[in-house]
Design a protein around this ligand. Structure first.
Ligand code: NIG
Ligand code: FE
Length: 411
């Protein structure tokens, strides 16, 4: 199921029950604008050569020339979803660890005992480049079937030169936006995090910077501290990469302040972020990426989403899809969690996983809205009201997925 590029074709999706899209211009959207979705009843959307040509009510439709038609009756159109935080490039699974956690083992204990991320590193290194390519494509197709038409994918399960670079290539080849997460964990060949960072900066970063759009680091006890993250991200910036951080997942370790200091694109997780961090992000240009499926999967506290939004922070939602802390590729499920666990409205959730997520990837001018000139990436929901996206918990709500103006999946 390779997403195809439309070849001069026009596609008219007609007679939709509703069309819903973030209402305000610009990105990222905050406060009132975060929660304002434009809803057009009895709508159409017309695309040409993979771009949106017009949207409106059926009464406004004024059509000339050849078009392919898609009957939208009983369905609602929303922008193709944007997953701005996934760890798609891995081989193997962690079902054994999942079973141990189910009866009481903790994620951090398993990590400290050489399981966790390092277990996936062993499988990923053994997969070879063909194996990684196949794995990412399989994961990409799962995401597509859940309505994700743009995805970011991180490396970070290679932790050696060849596997990290092969991971970034595999993500790009599958149509993803690659992020270099070399600083995910310290692999067993190195004595210390500092020694491993020397290796990453001297021998991997220059090549990785040619393949990736951004660099990311896991700031946490047992992974990398703020000083180490500063060194790694400063070099990554110098090489032209956008910078992002995994921060405050288990402990507040200064990642939020570092993200602001460095002008990071995003700071992600924030389950442990307190009031001061919330206030700082409220005034910052750094987007807070919230990952409620990960908090749920690990039975951890949810991030302070409502406080962040009320403080004026730019927030995005993502799955964190990975084999250990969030084996979940569904942004509709994440939207349900946003409404039931994070205190966000369906409109805030939609904006957070469309245009604000696109902003984190530097693509808000082409992804995340149903607006003229945007990529014709469209999800049709099998529902009479677009809010079923969040309301129908884990239900078969995604009916049709359109990418670049061509249908790529239908339930
Ligand atoms: O974002 N926290 C660090 N990294 C991933 C989990 C990786 C794993 O458990 O394999 C995360 O949750
Ligand atoms: Fe993550």
């Amino acid at each position: 199921m390779t997403p195809s590029i439309a070849d001069g074709r026009r596609l008219l999706i007609r007679d939709l029950d509703q069309l819903a899209t973030p209402a305000a211009a610009g990105a990222p959207l905050r406060e009132q604008e975060l929660g304002t979705v434009e809803v057009i009843e009895h709508a159409y959307v017309l695309s040409t050569e993979g771009r949106i040509e017009s949207v409106g009510t059926m009464r406004e439709l004024d059509l000339a020339g050849e078009v392919e038609e898609l009957d939208g009756r009983g369905m609602c159109a929303i922008p193709g979803l944007v997953d701005c935080h996934t760890h798609t490039c891995f081989a193997g699974d962690r079902v054994e660890e999942f079973s141990l956690r189910a009866v009481g083992a903790s994620y951090e204990e398993l990590h400290a005992a050489g399981g966790g991320i390092l277990a996936t590193v062993r499988g990923t290194r053994a997969a070879g480049e063909d194996g990684l390519r196949a794995a990412v494509q399989r994961h990409r197709d799962w995401m597509l079937q859940a309505g994700t038409t743009t995805f970011e994918g991180k490396s970070g399960y290679g932790l050696d030169r060849d596997t990290e670079l092969a991971s970034l290539r595999a993500i790009r080849q599958a149509g993803g936006v690659p992020t270099f997460l070399g600083a995910h964990a310290v692999p067993p060949e190195f004595e210390s995090a500092d020694e491993y960072l020397d290796f990453l900066l001297d021998e991997v970063l220059a090549e990785a910077a040619k393949l990736a759009d951004a660099a990311d680091v896991f700031v946490e006890r047992g992974a990398f501290d703020v000083e180490q993250a500063r060194r790694y991200l400063t070099e990554a910036k110098r090489r032209g990469l956008a910078v992002r951080l995994h921060a405050d997942q288990f402990t507040e370790a200064g990642g939020v302040e570092l993200a602001i200091e460095l002008g990071a694109r995003s700071v992600d997780h924030l389950e442990a972020t307190g009031e001061q961090g919330v206030r700082a992000l409220g005034k910052a240009d750094v987007t807070a990426v919230l990952l409620p499926a990960s908090a749920l999967f690990l039975n951890r506290p949810m991030p302070p989403a409502r406080s962040l939004v009320d403080a004026g922070a730019a927030v995005a939602l993502a799955t964190d899809f990975n084999p250990g802390s969030a084996f979940c590729e569904s942004l509709p499920v994440v939207c349900s969690l946003a409404c039931t666990q994070l205190g966000l409205s369906p409109a805030e959730a939609l904006t957070a996983c469309t245009v604000n997520a696109a902003h984190v990837l530097g693509r808000a001018d082409r992804n995340g809205r149903l607006a003229v000139g945007y990529d014709a990436d469209i999800v049709l929901l099998d529902a009479p009201d677009w809010r079923h996206l969040a309301y129908h918990l884990a239900g078969p709500v995604v009916a049709v997925v359109i990418r670049d103006g061509a249908e790529v999946w239908r339930r």
